[in-house]
Design a protein around this ligand. Structure first.
Ligand SMILES: *Cc1c(COP(=O)(O)O)cnc(C)c1O
Length: 356
């Protein structure tokens, strides 16, 4: 499939990224592609970033058949620009597509379109350490039809947004509330898909947690409210007695690329890891007997997010004296080193797109 290019008559001025709020500024171009039952995925193109025309009956607005991804492009130390694990993100996009009965994307076309888009907008990749260009691919049903059914028309877009350093004021541990009232996803549901529905299900609980002074919620399983799942937009990992433990995939949590990165790097370092079922009671018991060394979240946005406080059933547990753990810090530095080319990439995680 040939990727069409529609040049923009004007290019926008670039913002001061250090002052930009996450996800509010967008580059000059976007990648787009459409699907209908007759033509399949067709007309891949790069066109100026612009508002969309949608039918008020647009099926996604009413029933939410949509999926997305989130990855990042970085400027490397050697003057090249690169994306972190793009193929893993695109494969997960198609996994989400299968879960929501969205027609799978031709990943070779999407991958080529992504590379072309990043190359065109390469001057938007910020220059400072910690900053990056956030890449948001997404698909939504685009039928002008208010009726509950799998769509016949879809739109795929990739938009790009320059983002400031997540930890502009230093690496700060977050306070997390273990949620035992609300649930986000259940096994057999949509938890393993990156889909807006999971976020819609989390907003109210997130607001309640905020009102109580917590940054995020840690979800427990939707049936027994006993086993650890994940944090809103991050996976969760525990360092217990020298071992890195994280919940195994069970259909209701997202298969995080950053979490997989952490596990792979830990293995390389000789740190034992395990993906298994872990209950909140086990975490509290490890806290009580002193074997809970560190707790941290992992995700593309923050990379590593150390947890300073866990609150459960009205009690606060201060992790590692509320300070950033040694392992969390070392892992964060290492993965950031890969992002910016300060650390040699032995894993093949970095895909170089081009050089300035
Ligand atoms: C995106 C996301 C994550 C983090 O995944 P990464 O691939 O590491 O960015 C974790 N949980 C949920 C619910 C997510 O949407």
């Amino acid at each position: 499939m040939q990727i069409r290019f529609e040049p923009s008559p004007v290019l926008k001025p670039k913002p001061d990224v250090s002052k930009v709020r996450f996800g509010t500024q967008f580059t000059d171009y976007m990648f787009a592609m459409d699907f209908d039952r007759q033509n399949g995925w067709h007309d891949p193109r790069i066109e100026p970033y612009a508002p969309l025309m949608l039918s008020p009956a647009n099926s996604t607005l009413h029933y939410g058949q949509a999926i997305f991804e989130g990855m990042k492009a970085y400027r490397q130390k050697d003057g090249s620009y690169a994306i972190f694990r793009p193929k893993d993100h695109l494969e997960r996009l198609n996994n989400s597509a299968r879960i929501l009965d969205i027609p799978e994307l031709p990943l070779d076309v999407v991958h080529e379109g992504l590379r072309k888009l990043i190359t065109l907008d390469r001057d938007w990749i910020p220059t400072e350490h910690g900053q990056s260009l956030y890449i948001r691919p997404f698909v939504f049903a685009n039928d002008p039809y208010v009726g509950v059914s799998v769509g016949d028309q879809y739109k795929f877009l990739i938009i790009l947004s320059p983002v400031a350093a997540y930890y502009a004021h230093g690496f700060a541990p977050v306070k997390i509330m273990v949620e035992d009232t609300y649930v986000r996803a259940v096994r057999g549901g949509l938890g393993e898909a990156k889909t807006p529905a999971n976020y819609a299900a989390s907003l109210h609980a997130g607001m309640v947690a905020h009102d109580k002074g917590y940054d995020q919620t840690l979800w427990l399983d939707g049936v027994e409210r006993k086993y650890i799942e994940e944090v809103g937009s991050m996976n969760i990992l525990f360092k217990i007695n020298g071992e890195v433990v994280t919940p195994a995939l069970n259909g209701s949590i997202l298969n995080g690329v950053t979490k997989r990165t952490v596990l792979q790097v830990a293995k390389k370092w000789g740190v034992p890891t395990s993906e298994r079922r872990i209950s909140i009671d086990e975490v509290i018991a490890a806290y009580e007997d002193g074997s809970l060394e560190e707790v941290f979240g992992s995700g593309t946005a923050a990379v590593i997010s150390p947890v300073g406080v866990l609150a459960y059933k009205g009690k606060e547990y201060v992790i590692n004296g509320g300070k950033v753990g040694e392992f969390s810090q070392k892992m964060f530095d290492y993965i950031e080193g890969l992002h910016y080319g300060d650390v040699k990439d032995e894993f093949g995680f970095i895909e170089v797109i081009g050089k300035y």
